[in-house]
Structures are given as C-alpha cells and as structure tokens.
Design a protein around this ligand. Structure first.
Ligand SMILES: NC(=O)c1ccc[n+]([C@@H]2O[C@H](COP(=O)([O-])OP(=O)(O)OC[C@H]3O[C@@H](n4cnc5c(N)ncnc54)[C@H](O)[C@@H]3O)[C@@H](O)[C@H]2O)c1
Length: 344
C-alpha cells in the first residue's frame, strides 16, 4: 500500500495543529477523517463571558471560521463528535478502520489546565483512554500518534534537553501529558498498539486562538496596548513555527523508524522571549514593553535537541524565529485589516 493511500483519523482535527495538518494531508492526497467536538478552544466554546481566555471573542470566532472555509475549499468534512463518549467514538473508529490515528483532542494550554483540572482530565485523559481502547481492536492500525509537550521535562536541568533527559513535570498540564505518554506505552506493551509520541514546544502560527505569547504580543501591538513580558531576562523558549511541526509529522508517518519512538519536534534553538518583541518592532515602531514576574508554575525551559528526529526520520526544520514569526505577523496584520470592526 502506498503511503498516501493510508487512512488517517485525526481526533481534534479542527484545532490549531489539526487543521494545518488536515490541509497538508489533503494536498498530499491522503485519505482523512476529521473528528472534533468544536467545543474546547474552538468555535462553540468562544464566549464573551470569558474575557480572560478570549478578550476578542468575535475575532477568535472569525479565525475558526477561516479554518472552516479552508476546509470547505478542500472538501474536508468535520464529524462533530465528543470523543469523551465511548460508544460514539468507538463506533466511528471501528467503522473507519484507519491505518493511522492522530490524537490531538485535549485542553491544550497549561494555564487553562491549572485553572480547570477537571475539564483537563476529562478532555485529555478520558478521550485518550477511549481512543486507545478502540485502537486495540483495529486489525489495520499501523500507528497511534500522540501529541505530548515539552512540559513533560519540567524545569530544564541545563540549557537543553533531549528525549533521554529526566521527565519531572510541574503543574497539571505537564503531569497529565507525562501520564498520557505512560498510558500509551502500556497499551503498546500489553496490546501491541504501535505508537509515536511527539513533544512540540512553544508553537506559533496562522489561525491559532490559544493566546500563547506570540499571539498575545501581536494582538496587543495591533490594539496599541503594552507588551508584557512575564519572564526572567535570560529565559529562553524553543519557538516552533507550525510549518516545521507539520513537516515533522509527515516524516513520522513516512518512516518506519518512528515506530514506538518519542521525538522532540521543535526548531531546536532556545530564544529569548524579548526576541519576539525585536521582530515585532519591524512592523510596529512604537511598542511599549513592560516586565512582570514569571508564573512559577511555568517550567524554566530552553532548547529541545531534535537530533534523534533528524537522524531517524530526516526531520529538517527550516523556519527560524525571524522568518516564521514575521510570516505569522504579516498574516495577522492582514487578517486584522480585513476584520477590523470585530477587534473588540
Ligand atoms: N499548540 C502548542 O503549542 C502545543 C504544544 C505542545 C503540545 N500541544 C498539544 O497538541 C494537541 C493539539 O494542540 P492544539 O494547539 O491544536 O490545540 P487546540 O485547542 O487548538 O485543538 C484541540 C482540538 O481538540 C478538540 N477537542 C477537545 N476535546 C475534545 C473532545 N472531547 N472530543 C472531540 N474533540 C475535542 C477541540 O475542540 C479542539 O478543536 C494538544 O494535545 C496539545 O496539548 C500543543
């Protein structure tokens, strides 16, 4: 069977990573099925009643609508289903009989997980448990791909980590991710489900509504608000543009070497958070920057070495922060111009 004839099921496929992935799969002529409840950090959960999470709810809704429009252009259909429901998800999985399952459904943000652990357990752990349980019944399943996080490492011991570094997560999100990794490995040991675990870090890119630092900075700049850096001066993150992550996932799917492996998939460079501001200044000359104390539940991170992915699956990230963040800013400035009246 040729690779691009594989059937791929993407759970959480209308989210930030998921929709980019589906659009790319479609370009590569893969056969895909998308499942998403649209109810967690997506169209149906965006509300004016939660200004902390969505300070510009109309804009966030429009961004998700842009995802749907792109899906429509490429004939991608969303099966609206809550994967916490075992009967529903089990039926869909067995009927579709996929070769590859990509599990993205979760509460995808560390801050949100710490505020609402119950929901995080429900959407992250319950959904995973349901999907794994159905997976073990599939005869044609070649791979279960799971999205973990750099948060599993906790505070980095040095400037960088690789996949063999000690995992000592802090906070609900990282702990849940590490727990999910262990559960997947247990399913592999007991039932032979072949897996690949991906650990991304500090993702950014077009049509994200998760309000990570790169997005907040652009929105504040567009809105004439101060840029607030909640980090120590020497604090670094491995910022990764969505295009590099998508390339990494395609390499995982195309390479048998990725079976039962865990990979850091990042750009592979620790960069100061203030570098985002430097890049923003090329687009907004009069930025005002403030400093605040860092959140103690955010682990101190840095660079994630990607040598394993480079060597085993020929992963070649090509979007450094200057190139990737500039691209993202240009997209957002254009989106803002087209939708200015909704930026409230
Ligand atoms: N974006 C990042 O920086 C990043 C970094 C590391 C890891 N991850 C992980 O990657 C995965 C995807 O992240 P994302 O940024 O695309 O998140 P996202 O919030 O944009 O997308 C998650 C999608 O899952 C769906 N979903 C949640 N619970 C569901 C349920 N019960 N049934 C059906 N659908 C459900 C949501 O509606 C949403 O569309 C998550 O597991 C996240 O923790 C993301």
């Amino acid at each position: 069977m040729k690779n691009n004839k594989k059937k791929i099921l993407i759970i959480g496929g209308a989210g930030f990573i998921g929709h980019h992935l589906c659009l790319r799969f479609k370009d590569l002529d893969y056969s895909i099925k998308v499942i998403d409840s649209l109810s967690v950090n997506n169209y149906l959960s965006i509300t004016e009643k939660n200004p902390k999470e969505y300070p510009h709810p109309k804009l966030s809704k429009l961004i998700t609508t842009e995802r749907f429009n792109l899906f429509k252009e490429k004939d991608i259909f969303i099966n609206k289903l809550d994967s916490r429901d075992y009967e529903d998800i089990n039926r869909e999985i067995l009927e579709y009989d996929p070769n590859i399952i990509i599990h993205l459904a979760a509460v995808s943000h560390a801050n949100k997980s710490n505020v609402d652990p119950f929901n995080s357990f429900d959407h992250s752990l319950r959904t995973l448990e349901n999907v794994l349980d159905s997976s073990k019944k599939l005869k044609n399943l070649e791979r279960f791909i799971y999205f973990s996080s750099s948060m599993v490492y906790g505070n980095f011991d040095s400037d960088f980590v690789d996949e063999n570094s000690k995992c000592d997560p802090i906070g609900i999100y990282g702990t849940l991710k590490y727990c999910c990794e262990k559960i997947i490995k247990a399913y592999s040991d007991v039932f032979g489900v072949q897996y690949t675990i991906i650990r991304p870090s500090a993702l950014y890119g077009e049509r994200c509504i998760s309000r990570r630092v790169g997005q907040i900075f652009i929105e504040n700049a567009l809105n004439g608000k101060d840029i607030v850096i909640n980090a120590d001066d020497n604090e670094k993150l491995d910022f990764t543009y969505i295009n590099d992550l998508i390339h990494g996932i395609i390499q995982v799917i195309d390479n048998k070497n990725s079976v039962n492996q865990t990979f850091n998939i990042t750009f592979g460079e620790g960069r100061n958070i203030s570098t985002l501001v430097d890049i923003l200044r090329d687009f907004f000359s009069d930025l005002k920057v403030k400093k605040k104390d860092r959140d103690k539940l955010m682990p101190k991170r840095g660079k994630l070495l990607c040598d394993k992915a480079k060597n085993l699956i020929n992963y070649t990230p090509s979007w450094n922060l200057e190139k990737g963040y500039s691209n993202y800013i240009k997209w957002y400035v254009d989106f803002f111009k087209r939708n200015k009246e909704n930026f409230k």
